[in-house]
Design a protein around this ligand. Structure first.
Ligand code: FPP
Length: 264
């Protein structure tokens, strides 16, 4: 049975679930948190090594302030209440997203859980909070380019070009040549993603019938398998997860090759 090593989930439909039941959106998110617990246990049971959960995108700041506040309260509570289970089960907690822009209490809770669980080696649980795939790529481009420009010799040389009042075309052409010299490749970019050692998601699940990626793992999803279900996130059960895993097992992943090459 081939299982995905890294499952990423876009947990969608908490609001609609609540509306259908005449409940508040917050109650929908609370029910969604219970599903998260179920999924973590299922991943442990199946020995899946990495689980990413898209909890809050950079676009989610546009929601009513009351909902945003509630979500952060829920994330903090969840991280604190799940810590004993994480330690007991060898879960390593990590996050992707721009942490520095989060409320200070959330930053503290996240940092605490990351440092307390760093030795966990059964399951890496990754929360995407204040995450955007576009921003992650931008971050990686900035970091990797800065690494090149910051090399001491380059810095001095660029300064000399500027002092010599070379034209901006000359300077640009020199900067471009730096990329050839160091053989700037996809790996330079990947080394500067939020979690460079994390394998790309093999399987991306989205609940609630929406058929889009919503800025999740844009670069890393290049060869991911997708699974969409109409089930709303709070209703997504262990059985639904089994069904999804079964669908994954029937996929043929070619990574751009042809069938004959895969058997070799
Ligand atoms: C999308 O549903 C859900 C979110 C933006 C928040 C995700 C949060 C949870 C699942 C709560 C608990 C999570 C953790 C990690 C404790 P939606 O509100 O967009 O639903 P709608 O599209 O039906 O309105």
């Amino acid at each position: 049975m081939t299982l995905p090593r890294h499952i990423a989930i876009i947990m969608d439909g908490n609001g609609r679930w609540a509306t259908q039941k005449g409940l508040s959106r917050s109650e929908g998110h609370l029910a969604g948190a219970k599903t998260v617990e179920v999924l973590i246990k299922e991943c442990l049971r199946h020995k899946i090594p990495h689980l990413s959960l898209y909890a809050f995108s950079t676009e989610n700041w546009n929601r009513p302030q009351e909902e945003v506040d509630y979500l952060f309260e829920l994330f903090c509570q969840f991280i604190k209440s799940e810590l004993p289970l994480m330690l007991q089960e060898g879960i390593r907690f990590s996050m992707i997203g721009e942490k520095s822009k989060l409320p200070p209490s959330a930053q503290t809770a996240l940092e605490h859980a990351i440092s307390e669980t760093k030795k966990g080696n059964n399951l890496e649980l990754i929360l995407a909070i204040n995450y955007s795939g576009t921003q992650e790529i931008l971050h990686a481009v900035r970091q990797s380019v800065s690494e090149i420009l910051l090399q001491k010799e380059q810095k001095a040389y660029i300064q000399n070009l500027i002092n010599d009042k070379k034209s901006s075309e000359d300077i640009l052409s020199y900067l471009t040549s730096l990329f050839d010299d160091i053989h700037y490749t996809e790996q330079n970019l990947r080394n500067n993603l939020y979690l460079p050692d994390l394998p790309d998601p093999d399987f991306i699940i989205r609940t609630s019938g929406e058929l889009r990626l919503s800025n999740f793992y844009l670069l890393q999803a290049a060869y991911s398998e997708f699974y969409f279900t109409d089930t709303l996130w709070p209703d997504f059960s262990a059985r639904d997860f089994e069904k999804a895993l079964l669908a994954y097992q029937n996929r043929k992943r070619r990574f751009g090759k042809i069938d004959e090459q895969l058997d070799q």
